[in-house]
Design a protein around this ligand. Structure first.
Ligand code: PMP
Length: 332
């Protein structure tokens, strides 16, 4: 375990955890990749490192240049922390609807945070569009001084997941894996892991678990972007097909309502000591659906993307849940 590297050497190589209740309920072996153990606390540290390494190699991110990004939060934490390790400062545009815990965490990593209204992607005020415009403005003032990371459409995101997350899962299961499922924000995780596993064994089933309010499950199932309802989950779901998501090898897709995954998250805290965020809840519900589709005796892997501590005031707050008519655990 003796290592003498910087923060970047802490990214990746996360353990696979056995999810006891989900496995028992399905007769399958359901495993969760513990991405909440990453140095910045989420799977998006991989995205941050992958984007930064690629951009530095291609000369797009110059030494000392400012990193600019639009993010629901976790990518901002990853970019700020890992970027600082490489000598870069960060400006992060975030929708103001994100949890205060996550906004605080981005600030605590030293990033400059700009909170903007949550508007559809078509609106020029969208956080990702504002981030791109800001990077372009800085760069016009002083060429080479800023770089827009572009996690949604920069496929270095997906490629890094393919090389790391996907290959790790294959090695950790020693090839004994029948299905992989997760939700998609940029789509980098699902597309990258899906491509890695399909290249190893084309029979492995790849599934999308989508929150309500996202158009991706309908796109996979019917070829048309259509969404209904909403979700209290953060960082996942999309109204458009990003370049990272495009062409992902997906066999099955479901919309998972909040009332399905919230009890799983609450039970996981109480019975297994694991506190995870909402996207991980969607993922575990998706893993149960995939295990049921495959039948007993199979191995299904999913992702525990970040920690429940990042959503204390939502997922684990009785008043917040009751006000929305969502399931509340008796111990909350
Ligand atoms: N879960 C969480 C908590 C996230 O922050 C994100 C990224 N926004 C995702 C899942 C989705 O991952 P990806 O962008 O690779 O699709």
């Amino acid at each position: 375990m003796t290592r003498f590297g910087g923060i970047d050497t802490l990214v990746g190589d996360t353990p696979l955890l056995h999810l006891r209740a989900a496995s028992a309920a399905t007769g399958c072996r359901i495993l969760g990749k513990a991405e909440f153990l990453a140095p910045g606390g989420s799977i998006k540290d991989r995205t941050a490192l992958g984007l930064i390494l690629d951009a530095r190699e291609r000369g797009l991110l110059r030494p000392g240049a400012t990193i600019v990004e639009g993010t629901a939060g976790n990518t901002g934490i990853g970019l700020a922390a890992i970027g600082a390790g490489f000598g870069h400062r960060c400006v992060i545009f975030m929708p103001q609807t994100q949890s205060p815990e996550k906004i605080d965490a981005v600030r605590a990593t030293g990033a400059e945070v700009r909170l903007v209204p949550a508007v559809p992607y078509a609106d020029p005020g969208h956080y990702a569009r504002q981030a791109r415009a800001h990077a372009e403005a800085l760069d016009a003032q002083r060429p080479g001084s800023a770089w827009f990371a572009d996690q949604f459409d920069n496929t270095a995101n997906r490629d890094f997941h393919q090389r790391t997350t996907g290959e790790e899962i294959w090695a950790q299961t020693e090839g004994r894996i029948d299905g992989f499922v997760c939700s998609a924000g940029t789509g980098g995780t699902l597309a990258g892991v899906g491509r890695a596993l399909k290249a190893r064994n084309a029979g492995i089933r790849i599934a999308l678990a989508d929150p309500e309010g996202s158009a991706l499950a309908a796109y996979v199932n019917d070829g048309a972007l259509a969404a209904a309802g909403g979700s209290i989950s953060e960082g996942i779901g999309s109204s458009r097909i990003t370049r990272n998501f495009d062409g992902a090898p997906i066999d099955l897709a479901w919309t998972v309502p909040d009332r399905e995954w919230l009890p799983l998250v609450h039970a996981l805290v109480r019975d297994e000591g694991l506190s995870v965020g909402g996207s991980s809840g969607v993922n575990i519900a998706g893993a149960i659906r995939l295990a049921q589709a495959l039948g007993p005796g199979h191995t299904v892997v999913t992702v525990l993307a970040d920690s429940g501590a990042r959503y204390r005031g939502k997922l684990l707050d009785r008043t917040f849940l009751e006000q929305r008519g969502l399931p509340v655990a008796d111990w909350l």
